[in-house]
Design a protein around this ligand. Structure first.
Ligand SMILES: Cc1cc2nc3c(=O)[nH]c(=O)nc-3n(C[C@H](O)[C@H](O)[C@H](O)COP(=O)(O)OP(=O)(O)OC[C@H]3O[C@@H](n4cnc5c(N)ncnc54)[C@H](O)[C@@H]3O)c2cc1C
Length: 465
């Protein structure tokens, strides 16, 4: 691949080479001691890999325990952040897996290129996006991250570095999507970027009075708009259960921008201007504040402007650094599930009723419609309705989530490991029968079970220690 564009490699924040530290997922609901080892070259990483048990960690944006390994090694890979080649003709980038989407946007958006698929934060690594086969607001139209990945190289437990693609070692390739870092360390990836004319979106908001109207609107507008996302009013119940605001959109052309924005259509944003400095006391998230913030969010969404910058369209939460500290010392969890369309409406209503009946006032939430699944063996996205909903950890939260697991399973759905902290192995295996096929791939590429994590042991992707 020709190096058509020369881009200086950027370095991440320097970390000590090895240190016993407390690590947590983004939900910060469990802080566990891990031996964090960093390396800034594949050779160094291979040399330092601890064969007694290890797991890769990107930017730690998974909500639960996917990138922690209690008492064992965690390989911080954000030092692997070099661009290795760029093909202008096909907009294909070859990079190390520790490159973040924020870095790609900062370097490529001014040239009219953007990540093809992005989650709701740009502070994620390419390796993390593959390991979770992340999805964005356009899953119904564009699929999950797998759809933009042509090839990866993987450091196996044996020390071998293997190239995997749809044609070379396809079992390893597809096992890595949704494979939670448990087949090896992804060192590099070849990904296709999207050509954009501007960094802005045309957008429209629809205010929907109840769940049926909301799901009807999602079904209808998803045929027309590539991007859509709804937010439910979490205090509405009874006949108004599921009311909320649906926002749909598409990339704006230069002509669609108001005159004031046309001079700098590819403007990128800087780092967040506001940061939550420390864990706020849990008291700050009581019923009154949750209701107040919910009302503010619903009000803001109703007033969605006709044209918006990618930062507000894709990454509204990135505007506040460390917003997760707002949930206090006990942290929070995000519960995300997908239910096939046939059972989606009825199951969604039962789940929302159960949450409201339990008195566990949830917080932020996102409702989307998903399209066809990728071939990722353990990939989460599948056709159906998906709801992601934040719960501050309180007494009774985990019990409620286990009740929700049973409802999701009963409706033929499953939960998303990238957000999960509490699902148990037996439940996960019932939700995801493909686990058996994935375990066979694991035995082929990591027979000694070198790659392991707290999540892997909890949900039964590896044998318990
Ligand atoms: C505000 C916010 C919004 C989000 N929105 C969405 C969304 O819309 N859609 C969605 O799908 N997800 C979403 N997420 C989740 C996030 O996209 C994923 O958890 C993503 O995997 C995080 O990437 P990371 O680099 O932080 O990985 P980490 O959290 O550090 O690790 C995640 C997993 O990837 C593995 N991994 C990381 N790097 C490598 C590597 N080089 N080789 C092998 N394995 C590796 C780890 O072992 C771990 O299992 C959101 C998260 C946040 C905080």
């Amino acid at each position: 691949m020709p190096d058509a564009v020369a881009i200086a490699p950027t370095r991440s924040l320097a970390l000590p080479e090895s240190a016993m530290v407390e690590l947590a997922g983004w939900g910060a609901n469990a802080r566990v001691p891990c031996r964090l080892v960093t390396a800034d070259s594949p050779a160094e990483l291979a040399r330092r890999l601890d064969r007694r048990g290890t797991i890769a960690r990107g930017l730690g944006r998974s909500y639960g325990d996917a990138a922690t390994n209690r008492g064992g090694q965690v390989l911080g890979i954000t030092g692997l952040d070099r661009y290795l080649g760029f093909d202008e003709a096909t907009a294909t980038l070859r990079c190390e897996a520790g490159v973040s989407l924020a870095q790609i946007i900062a370097d490529f958006a001014p040239r009219g290129l953007f990540p093809m698929i992005t989650p709701g934060t740009k502070y994620v690594t390419v390796g993390g996006c593959i390991a979770n086969d992340i999805h964005g607001k356009a899953h119904h139209a564009q699929g999950s991250f797998a759809s933009c990945v042509d090839a990866i190289t993987v450091l196996l437990a044996s020390g071998d570095i293997v190239e995997a693609s749809r044609t070379e070692h396809p079992d390893l390739f597809w096992g890595c999507f949704g494979g939670m870092g448990l087949l090896g360390v992804i060192l590099t990836a070849t990904i296709r970027l999207r050509r954009i004319e501007t960094c802005y979106f045309t957008q429209r908001a629809f205010v929907l009075p109840h769940l049926d109207a909301m799901l009807d609107a999602l079904d209808e507008h998803d045929r027309e708009f590539p991007y859509s996302v709804a937010t439910i009013d979490v205090v509405a119940h009874g006949a108004q259960l599921g009311r909320g605001v649906l926002v749909v959109g598409d990339h704006a052309t230069r002509e669609q921008l108001p005159p004031g924005l046309r001079d700098d259509p590819l403007r990128v944003s800087g780092p967040p201007r506001v940061t939550v400095p420390f864990d706020l006391p849990q008291l700050s998230l009581n019923r009154v504040t949750v209701r107040a913030v919910n009302a503010v969010i619903q009000g803001m969404l109703r007033r969605t402007a006709p044209v918006g910058h990618y930062e507000g369209f894709f990454y509204p939460l990135d505007k506040i650094g460390h917003w997760n500290r707002g949930y206090g010392r006990r942290g929070f969890t995000q519960y995300q599930f997908v239910i096939p369309f046939e059972r989606g409406r009825e199951a969604m209503r039962r789940i929302l009723d159960t949450i409201i009946g339990a008195g566990q006032l949830p917080f932020l939430n996102v409702l989307k419609r998903m399209g066809p699944a990728s071939d990722g063996v353990l990939s989460f996205p599948a056709p159906g309705y998906t709801l992601a909903i934040d719960f501050p950890i309180r007494d009774g939260t985990v019990e409620l989530l286990h009740r929700l697991d049973a409802l999701v399973l009963d409706a033929g759905g499953r939960i998303y490991l990238g957000k999960d902290s509490f699902v148990q192995a037996e439940m996960f295996a019932r939700m995801v029968p493909a686990i058996e096929r994935w375990r066979a791939i694991k035995r082929r590429y990591d027979p000694q079970g070198v790659f392991t994590s707290d999540l892997a042991r909890r949900v039964g992707l590896v044998e318990p220690a």
